[in-house]
Design a protein around this ligand. Structure first.
Ligand code: UD1
Length: 420
């Protein structure tokens, strides 16, 4: 298992390009199960989670092909098994995304029940109840969700009790081939849901309302092949912007989308960053100033994303003043706080809020990553530390950040990967 060694105290400067979005690439890969024809997916990020999803398709008998431009072509006509085994689901909860496509296209699916994880219990009850409302028989036994339907699923009017991203995606994919109309109310409005919907529409689906809280899907008989380019990763974009603001740096990110980052960009302006935008680039300049602490609250899109909460906590830990950060999406997403306090941060947890009193600089220490975004926050903490920080268990980071140490090196950071 590798770890990252970071020598902090350097302001990030330079330009890098942003990869395709993990959280839209994963459902789009699952959507390839909805047609017999070939889907070509471009701008896939090179990440461990993507490899896991390709492996999952592989163990069902589908053999994705990587072409010379590193695009992936998936032809699911060779599928033989309709199950997602626990070995894969336990490494990647997003494996649940094959449930809707398998059930609606093949009338059967067995997906291991994802367990709890480092950020909370994360049930999938809303995925299950929505598919049941569409006529699926579902039992949960032996640790598996066993789903079947005689004939086709039926369209249904579904109200999601909570905003769930992968839940909305699962139901939307299932509804594409269902009989009649499905309406999803209180649907997730995340840009990744829109990206999946746009890909499904390119495959011949009849979907409207994506990006609002009511999505309407009219089932069609078949979907067909297409070529689709995955949107840029807004969380990767945000992570580098926060890292640059925390280190008082000046960076430009290319191949990204400023229009889906408004909540973050307005917080970064409050922090004191000068921000310039183009259609597909963002430039952030702190002019060497120390960031000001800001307060925020996570919530579903378009509010501040939970996936950037930990990184902002790292920024606040070296900002001038005190900021509070409230987490409303997941129940236990503060594991990084204890590690940051070991680095000299002054952070108090009070229920689902952390109060962060900024200090001049953190002090490097050996720390341990507990989940994907927590790992990113510990790297930012390392970048704003005096002396050396080592971040252990970085397999988490490889799940969701493409070439993170190379990109940070391009921005001038002193960071290297070593075997632990
Ligand atoms: C997705 C993202 C993840 C992000 C999260 C919230 C992917 C692959 N992952 O995860 O990066 O942090 O959205 O933006 O896109 N819930 C239930 N029952 C359900 C489903 C969800 O109670 O059936 C709860 C969850 O426990 C959580 C909240 O709803 O408290 C939101 O979770 P959800 O949006 O489903 O997260 P994911 O789709 O798993």
């Amino acid at each position: 298992m590798d770890k990252l060694i970071i020598k902090g105290g350097i302001s990030l400067k330079g330009e890098i390009r942003i990869a395709g979005a993990k959280n839209s690439a994963l459902p789009i890969l699952a959507a390839t199960l909805l047609t017999q024809e070939t889907i070509q997916i471009c701008n896939l990020p090179h990440l461990f989670d993507i490899t896991t999803m390709l492996e999952l398709l592989g163990c069902m008998g589908v053999q994705p092909i990587i072409d010379e431009k590193l695009n992936v072509e998936v032809d699911s006509s060779t599928i033989k098994h309709f199950s997602a085994p626990y070995e894969l689901v336990k490494t990647m909860r997003a494996s649940i995304l094959v449930l809707g496509p398998l059930l609606t296209r093949y009338g059967q699916a067995e997906v291991a029940l994802p367990g709890g994880c480092a950020i909370g219990s994360r049930p999938v009850n809303l995925h299950i109840s929505a598919l049941q409302a569409m006529g699926a028989d579902i039992v949960v036994e032996d640790g598996y969700i066993k789903a079947s339907v005689k004939g086709k699923l039926n369209g249904a009017h579904i109200f999601m009790d909570l905003v769930t991203v992968t839940g909305t995606e699962n139901v939307m994919m299932a509804a594409c081939l269902a009989e009649g109309q499905t309406v999803i109310e209180n649907a997730a409005r995340e840009p990744e849901v829109v990206d999946l919907a746009n890909c499904l529409v390119k495959m011949g689906a009849d979907i409207s309302g994506q990006g609002t809280d009511t999505i309407i899907i009219n089932g069609v008989k078949d979907l067909h092949g297409c070529s689709y380019s995955v949107m840029p990763d807004r969380i990767e974009t945000g992570t580098y912007l926060i890292a640059a603001a925390a280190t008082r740096g000046h960076i430009k990110l290319k191949d990204t989308r400023p229009d889906i980052l408004e909540s973050l960009l307005s917080k970064l302006e409050q922090v004191g960053a000068e921000i310039k935008l183009g259609d597909n680039w963002i430039e952030l300049n702190m002019h060497g100033k120390r960031p000001q602490a800001v307060s925020l609250r996570t919530a579903p899109y378009p509010a501040f994303p939970t996936d950037m909460q930990a990184q902002f906590t790292a920024l606040n830990s070296v900002a001038a003043g005190t900021g509070s950060i409230t987490e409303t999406v997941f129940e236990n997403r503060f594991m990084h706080v204890h590690e940051m306090n070991r680095m000299g941060a002054l952070i108090k947890v009070e229920g689902n809020t952390v109060i962060v009193q900024g200090v001049d600089a953190l002090k490097g220490a050996p720390v341990m990553a507990t989940d994907l975004r927590a790992s990113a926050s510990l790297i930012i903490a390392g970048l704003v530390s005096e002396n050396e920080t080592s971040v252990d268990r970085i397999y988490h980071i490889d799940r969701g950040y493409e070439c993170i140490e190379e990109k940070l090196q391009l921005l001038g950071a002193q960071i290297r990967r070593v075997p632990s």
